[in-house]
Design a protein. Structure first.
Length: 755
């Protein structure tokens, strides 16, 4: 983990440095212009065909530290950083019988998002490749935690901690806070060999290892009912390793092609779980010693798991116009990581009367994916294709009863009517899709395509056992003239299925004795529907037009519309609508000038209906209009950009400017029944402005100077974070993070050597 200190003052913007550098970039170059047109043409041909390598070395300066700005680009720290890029290619001279080659490429080697690739081999014979890349993910540096042991799997409270039932009584909370940086870093290294065995046979091998380490936030909970839970946000240690293997052998000739391949993925997590001390004292509903100072909690992290798959692909060309292709893949997922105990508190463990049903989940899922497609262009103006896809996930994980201990806070239940008798549901899934599509060229520049799809889906342990969806599509592409082209698309889909039973997960996940204690026999309101399973009609349309009035100017625009209507859902998502409008232009007013511009506006609206229900009055509450509520989500996105570039061929130089703007707004409006209260939610949103000025020129034939100035400003507001100090909430200890804002100036200066 890196240690950073936020600067209290803004560093100089180096405007003078930028002005001097740009002036040097476009100063007269000590080389005479090529007046001879033949020599100039020869030089252009050489530039296009000659195999070259280049190395770029320089420095970049970042004015201010900002994890958000440098989240993925490695520019999170202020100060100077090294610029180091190279692209090397070597092969035998043209006309030589030697087809050997060597290539190496490096990008951002002086930053944390570096990338390196090496490849060598003989064209038409074999290829060996090695690669490495590294990607940071900065999540912020303004978080604070009360815990010691950050960066380990065991978190402890500081000496002198004063526990209380709510945060207001924790007098040592604010003085105990210490900074914590949430960031992860992913590193990937790979290697592989591809080769040609004979004229028709070839093979592919690839291996990749990915590691990910760092910290991220995790919600930890103590308590076991709707009235007594307490929580704290903790820093979770990330230490993952994933190995991926790809092996394949291929056969190819003019009529037939097939491939037999193996894919494997092996994931391991160094940590099995996180243990953390309870900062809250014992409250009603907790069994001693759950609370401070002896109470502690434990939560598991992602378990080790594996996936193995064998795939057979094949294709056969019946003629130049008709082709059949098919694929079948069989795979297996397994997970047998040892279980953590029901509780991390020994005194509660001593009272356990029902042990875990097994040492591990012994999870096993078999997967089958098969596709077949027949395509034909029956004659020049008409084509058609038909396809079928089968996707099956057969979950063979054993189903057992787990008598869990809620939130490390209670002794284990001994009665069958307790809600802490839970069964794991091994969900299985089967999906079949049938597609038929045909197209006809009505005129020389106009083509009409029509298509349809039928889809059947089956699920186990789900509210809806089976669903089917029918879709029709139409598309018209036309060229009105040599300078106007356009496309119009429309899709309509309708989904329905078997009877929706919202109580199915309740009945399969709990003992019947517990279900019998619930008034009405339901957990959620019976009218509630999950949007991914509810009846739905979907309409999607789009229109795209391109206009080229002159060779130097191209204009285009598009409109996209999507509407999902859940008209049969009384509760849950009832409507989702997206509208998108885009225009862009590219203009080259002269041979050495190019300009572009674009603008996009997107609006997303969703409507949701809900019902607030209580414990003993759930039946009455579920039909009481005074306890109904509605939520209307309105999200908008505006983005646009402008750019200009000017070339100076006689000086082998260029200068350019890019500007980008993006703005988002999100609002939620509520309507509440007479029995419900609550304040309106504030809006949230972001604004981003980014401008980049760049230039380059030849100092000599094989040496260039590159300069760039980049300014970016980002503002965000989020009522869920802004102004929330760690002890703001009575029953939750937060991290005190705020929505990110930054203003950053970056200056790049480098020399590029070509050889």
């Amino acid at each position: 983990m890196k240690s950073k200190t936020r600067q209290g003052t803004t560093r100089p913007r180096n405007v003078l440095f930028l002005a001097i550098a740009m002036a040097l970039a476009f100063a007269p170059v000590a080389a005479s212009a090529q007046d001879d047109e033949e020599a100039e043409s020869a030089q252009k041909l050489k530039d296009l065909t000659e195999i070259r390598s280049d190395v770029e070395v320089g420095m970049c300066y970042v004015s201010d530290e900002s994890p958000r700005f440098g989240r993925y680009n490695g520019l999170d720290d202020d100060g100077l950083s090294l610029i180091l890029n190279f692209d090397i290619l070597r092969r035998a001279p043209s006309g030589s019988d030697d087809a050997s080659y060597f290539a190496a490429k490096g990008r951002n080697l002086g930053l944390d998002n570096r990338e390196l690739k090496v490849e060598f081999g003989r064209q038409g014979s074999y290829r060996v490749h090695l690669d490495y890349d590294q990607v940071p993910n900065e999540r912020g540096d303004d978080a604070r935690t009360i815990y010691n042991g950050v960066g380990t799997d065991t978190l402890t409270l500081p000496a002198g901690w004063v526990g209380a039932q709510t945060t207001s009584g924790m007098t040592r909370l604010l003085p105990s806070l210490q900074p914590v940086e949430f960031e992860t870093e992913r590193r990937r290294a790979g290697a592989g060999v591809d080769g040609q065995i004979s004229q028709h046979w070839s093979f592919v091998t690839n291996f990749r290892r990915e590691t990910k380490d760092g910290l991220k936030s995790l919600g930890a909970v103590f308590g076991n009912s709707g009235g007594n839970p307490r929580s704290v946000l903790i820093p979770e240690l990330i230490d993952y390793t994933t190995d991926q293997i790809d092996l394949g052998i291929r056969y190819t000739d003019q009529k037939m092609q097939f491939q037999l391949a193996y894919y494997g993925s092996l994931f391991s997590d160094t940590n099995q779980g996180m243990t953390f001390q309870n900062p809250y004292t014992t409250i009603s509903g907790w069994t001693a010693p759950t609370g401070f100072p002896n109470g502690k909690g434990e939560i598991s992290t992602p378990p080790d798991n594996q996936f193995h798959q064998v795939t057979l692909d094949g294709a056969y060309n019946f003629s130049d116009r008709t082709r059949l292709s098919a694929s079948i893949a069989r795979g297996r997922m397994t997970q047998d990581e040892s279980f953590l105990p029901y509780t991390a508190i020994p005194q509660l463990q001593a009272s356990v009367t029902q042990p875990l049903p097994r040492d591990s989940l012994d999870g096993e899922i078999d997967t089958t994916v098969a596709t077949v497609q027949l395509s034909s262009r029956a004659w020049e103006r008409f084509f058609w294709n038909a396809s079928y896809r089968y996707d099956d996930r057969d979950n063979n994980t054993p189903r057992d009863k787990y008598v869990y201990i809620g939130g490390d806070s209670q002794t284990q239940a001994t009665t069958a009517s307790s809600d802490r008798n839970r069964y794991n549901d091994p969900y299985s899934y089967r999906d079949e899709q049938f597609k038929l599509e045909g197209g006809y060229r009505i005129f020389d520049h106009t083509e009409l395509t029509l298509g349809g799809e039928h889809r059947d889906t089956e699920r186990t342990y789900s509210e809806r056992e089976s669903a089917n969806e029918d879709t029709v599509r139409a598309e018209l592409r036309t060229g009105f003239s040599d300078w106007i082209t356009g496309t119009v698309r429309w899709t309509h889909a309708n989904r329905d299925g078997s009877t929706y039973n919202g109580a199915e997960p309740l009945h399969t996940g709990y003992n019947p004795e517990y279900v019998a204690t619930l008034p009405g026999g339901f957990e959620n309101p019976p009218a509630l529907r999950k949007f991914n399973q509810a009846n739905r009609t979907r309409d999607m349309g789009s229109m795209f037009v391109t206009v080229t009035p002159f060779e130097t100017l191209q204009l285009s625009g598009s409109i996209d519309y999507a509407l999902d209507d859940y008209s049969e859902s009384e509760l849950g998502l009832t409507l989702s609508r997206i509208r998108d409008y885009t225009v862009d232009a590219v203009w080259s007013p002269a041979q050495d000038w190019s300009l572009y511009g674009y603008w996009t506006y997107e609006k997303m609206d969703t409507d949701q209906e809900g019902q607030s229900i209580g414990g003993g009055t759930r039946v009455q509450d579920s039909i009481n209009p005074a306890r109904s509520w509605s939520a209307f989500h309105n999200d908008t996105l505006e983005s646009g950009g402008l750019g200009v570039k000017k070339l100076f061929p006689d000086r082998h130089a260029e200068i350019g400017l890019d500007y980008q703007h993006a703005k988002t707004d999100s609002e939620i409006d509520f309507l509440r029944g007479a029995a419900l209260t609550g304040a309106p939610l504030p809006s949230s949103g972001t604004t981003l402005d980014s401008i980049s000025l760049y230039g380059s020129c030849h100092l000599r034939e094989n040496l260039s100077l590159k300069l760039r100035y980049w300014y970016e400003k980002y503002d965000s507001r989020d009522w869920q974070n802004d102004g929330i100090v760690p002890n703001q909430l009575a029953n939750v200890i937060t991290l005190g993070q705020s929505s990110p804002d930054y203003k950053v100036n970056v200056v790049f200066a480098s020399l590029a050597w070509t050889f």
